[in-house]
Design a binder for this molecule. Structure first.
Ligand SMILES: O=C(CO)[C@@H](O)[C@H](O)COP(=O)(O)O
Length: 220
């Protein structure tokens, strides 16, 4: 199985963001957290900033929208050229319609689930999405502890992906370190977002390698 490591720039230095993004060029995608201070109690940046990140990044963008009304705003991020755009199930009025629109524009479409959101309603809709993001912390902030109680959702998703043969990436985000990545990989994740564990490292390329190796060692 292919394993992807996507560092989250929420833990980067926003004043030196271009330099920080260069330090993670060996990763698969750069994870870009858009927060609106409504859907989550934190605020980051919007389309203007994401457009500039898209201009300078050596690797594709994995945009995670933690915003209200993604039906209105998400297509704009796809139009900027983001490789993938993930919106929250809890915030979308028409998740399937929005995913179709994102794909039509040319992005991969992702749906994210907060820790308390059940996965069952989405298992029969997997063909509509390119990625499911299982949040392993409450969305909003970096540096929180991984929630192992979210792992049963990943197992159900992996079973459904294997059963259907669909090419849907299963992403985890929150508290991912060299040790917690093992639980997530064993439970079926293939795409790992890591913020503080990458950006607090003095050698980010080595940390990306270490996370990749730990994930591969626990992937079925
Ligand atoms: O979406 C979020 C937080 O809401 C994440 O992408 C965090 O940025 C992950 O940070 P760490 O838990 O890895 O420090």
């Amino acid at each position: 199985m292919t394993v992807r490591i996507n560092p989250s720039i929420l833990s980067a230095d926003f004043v030196n963001l271009h330099d920080d993004i260069e330090t993670i060029a060996s990763a698969d995608l750069v994870h870009v957290d858009v927060m609106d201070n409504h859907f989550v109690p934190n605020l980051t940046f919007g389309p203007q900033m994401v457009g500039r990140i898209q201009d300078v990044s050596p690797i594709p963008l994995d945009v995670h929208l933690m915003i209200d009304d993604p039906d209105r705003w998400a297509p704009g991020y796809a139009e900027l050229g983001a490789y993938s755009v993930t919106f929250h199930a809890e915030a979308a009025a028409d998740a399937v319609g929005l995913a179709r629109r994102l794909r039509q524009i040319g992005s991969r479409a992702g749906i994210a689930l907060k820790p308390g959101t059940p996965v069952e309603p989405y298992l029969d809709l997997l063909a509509e999405f390119d990625q499911v993001l299982v949040m392993t912390v409450e969305p909003g902030f970096g540096g929180q502890s991984f929630m192992p109680e979210t792992m049963p959702k990943l197992r159900l998703l992996r079973e459904a992906v294997v059963r259907t043969g669909l090419d849907v990436w299963l992403q985890v985000d929150g508290g991912i370190t060299e040790s917690t990545i093992a639980f997530a990989a064993e439970s079926g994740a293939d795409t790992f977002v890591a913020g503080s564990s990458v950006f607090s490292s003095p050698d980010r390329a080595a940390q990306i390698d270490a996370l990749r190796s730990a994930a591969l060692a626990h992937t079925h």
